[in-house]
Design a protein around this ligand. Structure first.
Ligand SMILES: [Ca+2]
Ligand SMILES: [Ca+2]
Ligand SMILES: [Ca+2]
Ligand SMILES: [Ca+2]
Length: 408
């Protein structure tokens, strides 16, 4: 038998790699078609995409970025808005920034087109910017940027020690005039055991915590709690006023001493020890005290205090300790009451009081101040908030015995 030979073998049999190449080319074409339709980040570097799209717009929002999530802890925090506009030659044009298409949040007539916007409510927002001519016709519209704002639940759980103490607080405030318009009063409990001034906050959990600081001086610079925020505790006994503050600050900058402390990262306490008598007087007198505190440099210069009103000089026999943290610092201090001339503390005393955190990051002097009162101005006593001294019994002792083990 003779086998039947196929004289000419199939073209593909001779070159078996050709179909593979065709498949590869087809898949590449498909990939590029898909990529143009769905320009996901994993197909190309994000950076490149942004540059490409920016060039398509005359007005382009560079901050916030699309799909950015802002996790805020207080209602003062803001969104940094930055817009780039090119070829705006007509001086009568204006740039209007809109949220959710209709709400105008800012109008610019000249660059730079930068500001901080306070959303004040959680939610998803869309921001756009329009370049308008004299007759409010839209000359150019920007890209649309969507972002999310969320607020962590603020847990300023004012430690209810007992109903008696709550009654004492109400009682202390019912008989006096104080500046309700400058914010809620702070309460300072009597300490039966003085806190150890060691730069550690461990013993302060028994005392009332304050963290709702408000931007006051240069407040237009306020953006977020990571720039500057704080947790403040205080207590008192017959000898001293004590406080501890944990400051969150992204850039630590303090190289000043003495009466220049406030130019760097620092704390300032202002007391008016005759609040009721002076309630109509905005300027400082001899019963008002401003004490500035520096945590030091953590490399050579120690923590220090400076009474910048009414005297000028370190607080006598004040003890301070500070600790550098990766995102800020702790300052703890005791100040003998004899620095407060003609004043000695009594249960249920109501004082004018504000604690302020001065923040300097990259400039030569103060960039922002946040305060416990809603307003604060150096020299203006009428901007002070309120501090109430309360003898709530030995709360340190009680807490230790009633809550033996909090952690499992
Ligand atoms: Ca301590
Ligand atoms: Ca800062
Ligand atoms: Ca006064
Ligand atoms: Ca700083």
């Amino acid at each position: 038998m003779k086998k039947k030979y196929i004289k000419y073998t199939n073209f593909l049999d001779r070159f078996p790699f050709i179909p593979i190449i065709i498949i590869l080319i087809l898949s590449l074409i498909l990939l590029f078609a898909f990529k143009n339709k769905f320009p996901f980040n994993f197909f190309s570097a994000t950076q490149q995409q942004e540059v490409e799209s920016e060039s398509e717009y005359t007005v382009f929002i560079t901050s916030p970025s699309n799909n950015e999530i802002f996790s805020f802890i207080n209602k003062n925090e803001t969104i940094p808005v930055e817009i780039k506009a090119k070829e705006v030659e007509n001086l009568n044009y204006k740039l209007v920034v809109l949220v959710n298409e209709t709400e105008e949040i800012k109008t610019f007539s000249t660059p730079p087109y930068e500001f901080n916007w306070n959303p004040n409510e959680a939610g998803e927002y869309e921001i756009t910017a329009n370049l308008l001519d004299e007759d409010d016709n839209v000359i150019s519209a920007s890209n649309k940027v969507t972002f999310l704002v969320e607020y962590e639940e603020e847990t300023d759980e004012s430690t209810v020690i007992s109903m008696d103490v709550e009654e004492k607080k109400i009682n202390a405030l019912s008989n006096v005039q104080y500046r309700t318009q400058n914010g809620e009063p702070l309460f300072s409990y009597k300490c039966y055991v003085p806190p150890s001034i060691d730069g550690s906050m461990s013993e302060w959990e028994f005392f009332e915590k304050f963290s709702s600081f408000n931007p006051t001086i240069k407040k237009e610079n306020y953006s977020s709690h990571t720039d500057v925020s704080g947790i403040f505790y205080s207590c008192w006994d017959d000898n001293n006023f004590y406080f501890a503050i944990q400051v969150i600050d992204d850039v630590f900058n303090q190289s000043f001493t003495g009466n220049q402390i406030n130019k760097g990262d620092s704390i300032t306490l202002v007391f008016d020890t005759e609040l009721e008598e002076d309630i109509q007087i905005p300027f400082r007198n001899s019963d008002d005290f401003q004490i500035d505190f520096s945590p030091g440099t953590f490399s050579g210069i120690y923590a220090e205090s400076f009474i910048s009103w009414p005297t000028g000089g370190p607080a006598k026999d004040a003890v301070m300790a500070s600790t550098r943290l990766s995102n800020g610092y702790i300052l703890e201090a005791s100040i003998p009451w004899y620095n407060f001339v003609n004043y000695s503390p009594q249960d249920e005393d109501v004082l004018g009081f504000t604690v302020s955190i001065f923040d300097t990051d990259n400039l030569e002097s103060t960039e922002l101040v946040i305060s416990s009162s809603t307003k604060f101005e150096i020299n203006n006593i009428s901007t002070l908030g309120t501090l109430v001294l309360i003898d709530a019994g030995d709360i340190q002792q009680e807490e230790e015995t009633t809550e033996p083990s909090e952690e499992e």
